[in-house]
Ligand binder design. Sequence first.
Ligand code: HAM
Length: 436
Amino acid sequence: MELRTPKGTRDLLPPATKVWAEVESIAREVFELYGYREIRTPIIEDAALFERGVGEGTDLVGKEMFSFPDKAGRRLTLRPESTASVCRAYVQHQLHLKPHPLKFYYMGPQFRYERPQKGRYRQFHQIGVELFGGAGGASYYHADVEVISLLVRFLQKFGLTGLEVKLNSVGDRESREGYRAALVDYFQKWQGTLSDDSKRRVLQNPLRILDSKHPDDAPAISGAPEITDYLNSLSRSHFDAVLNLLTDLGIPFRVEPRLVRGLDYYTHTVFEVVSHGLGSQDAICGGGAYANLIKQLGGPSVYGVGFAIGEDRLVELFSEESKRRLEGIGPLIVAPQAQNSKYGSAYEMDDAIALCEKIRAMGVPADWTMGRPEKVFKFAEYLNSRFVIFVSPDWGRTQVVSVRDMESKSLTTTPISHAIELWRSLHLIKREGRDD
Ligand code: HAM
């Protein structure tokens, strides 16, 4: 039997892994700029956490969880998202006793049993943040705005075009009850034309119908009531304050009155970032505030807000050029200059290894190979290396080597120190280009 990755999962190979690692390192840099610190939670959690936190009526919990009993019969789930896990950790470790606002970031694999397609995997990866505290340290709407501005600043690092921040408010519980009743009334009139899934949801969870991509539902959805007409004064003023501050800060967004998001814990501000370059799976980020989740999980009443970016989808948006920039440049390649035999003997490799060690000691990456020049150049190309150093046995005395520039194909004799400088200056140029 041929063994392959399980359905909906992928191997990530170099050089793609380098692009991913760079994205994650930029995320750490930007998040830490805003005072966020890393949290790591287990990949398995009690199934009840998501049932209680995300909501039993959601697709995520109802259809998409990888759940299984362990050997002792405990019901475990591979985490389908991390907000519930971070909130569980907040409650478990009594983090409400720490000074607020309290800010966390995380990155790692998530699991959803969905039908795989481009941009949709069963194991995918999120980079996310959660901010706790609202009134205890920052007002609620400031918390929402900070999270969105952090998100925009992070995404700007990749020079992407065609991104849009869609924003809405789902209000507090009271506002949502009024809206829910209006939706039930409205969709009942459309019962005859709705898709089967949506028919079932009219009484159970009418907000979810707004998320439906089924063509039969489109006419009903297009005329559905908008939640902004049902916000009570507290929810309305919260939302207005968010819109005003985002505008003052020059952060671009579009209010999308039917954006409701697929998870039950949201209150007030919700948002998504969509890309016009991604086809049907166009959301690269989803987020929002949750005023009741910590309490629902057994903690005190604490306001939270956060987002999660789909790293797989983010990377799919990168141009070839920006991927190459994130990959960076390969190591200096050192190969023996054939002296005694045609292609370099094992003895001559001693010189190559010794020179590699010297270069590495100076903090510059170096790798070695041997063989015919064409083979050496193939190796350099594969590692995206610009320079190959051919070393002869007297390099220790002369400190001089032959350097082949893979781009111009020129071969020059030069001091070792110069070869190292060449690598360093190229590396710097690449890194500076990163912030374009
Ligand atoms: P979500 O909208 O379910 O929100 O997921 C966030 C992002 O994860 C999506 O916008 C998408 O880019 C990516 N994603 C989701 N499912 C898949 C999949 N099957 N394959 C590839 N990418 C996927 C949450 O998970 C919330 N926890 C976000 C949040 C944090 N809200 C508050 N704090």
